[in-house]
Design a binder for this molecule. Structure first.
Ligand code: PGA
Length: 248
């Protein structure tokens, strides 16, 4: 099996200011981080330049969203071209807050994924079921359908990280158990094997998000198909360093 490089993304969401984010940045810059782990911090768009110019270059930066075209009359939006122009190499797309607070459809997320990849950004593509969907037994159906739309818009999987984030676990303190995470990740990898290719199934990083903390990260990281994390709340705290270093 291909060795997949562990990937830990921080998603700062709409939190912090230059002072507090500067504090996290200096903690990360001076921390001892596993060099085998790829680390990317998702900054609010107005702080992308600040984050990129203050974070050590061994740490990547991600935008938390972008639009589906390069430029034009789209008030309030930012484009992959602008993100690249700030020296930033990643974008988070399809996050559950974009889907469920801002009503982004699978179709729009697919178009954004295609354009971001064409613009040479790496994409952290997020999927995940809501609590009622899990309780109704439709988790697989939901995450396969979301992954399908993403897959239809990807030519080069080398620049894609798939983030499985059950909506019921995001910001709730209710983390998926390692078994629950592994079960979905394994099924997603099998779906990719059946619908994309063996190579992509072996190489694509499938990361888990939803109430990951310094306390639960090691057990989650020990699961075969958990290739890293997307971390919200805890990415604003010093324990983010422990999460980055979770893989033994
Ligand atoms: P959380 O957020 O770690 O605060 O649950 C995860 C995410 O939304 O990516």
């Amino acid at each position: 099996m291909a060795q997949r490089r562990f990937f830990v993304g921080g998603n700062w969401k709409m939190n912090g200011n230059k002072e507090s984010l500067g504090g996290i940045i200096s903690t990360l810059n001076t921390a001892s981080l596993h060099d085998q782990t790829e680390v990317v911090c998702g900054a609010p768009s107005i702080y992308l330049d600040f984050a990129r110019s203050s974070l050590d270059l061994r740490i990547g930066v991600a935008a938390q969203n972008c639009y589906k075209v390069a430029k034009g009359a789209f008030t309030g939006e930012i484009s992959p071209a602008m993100i690249k122009d700030c020296g930033v190499d990643w974008v988070i797309l399809g996050h559950s807050e974009r889907r469920h607070v801002f009503g982004e459809s699978d179709e729009l997320i697919g178009q954004k994924v295609a354009h971001a990849l064409e613009s040479d950004l790496g994409v952290i593509a997020c999927i995940g079921e809501k609590l009622e969907e899990r309780e109704a037994g439709t988790t697989e159906e939901v995450v396969y359908a979301q992954t399908q739309v993403i897959a239809e818009n990807v030519k080069d999987w080398g620049k894609v990280v798939l983030a499985y984030e059950p909506v019921w676990a995001i910001g709730t303190g209710k983390t998926a158990t390692p078994e629950q995470a592994q079960e979905v990740h394994e099924k997603l990898r099998a779906w990719i094997r059946a619908n994309v290719s063996d190579d992509v199934a072996n190489s694509v990083r499938i990361i888990y998000g939803g109430s990951v903390t310094g306390a639960n990260c090691r057990e989650l990281a020990s699961q075969d198909d958990v290739d890293g994390f997307l971390v919200g709340g805890a990415s604003l705290k010093p324990e983010f360093v422990d999460i980055i270093n979770a893989r033994k």
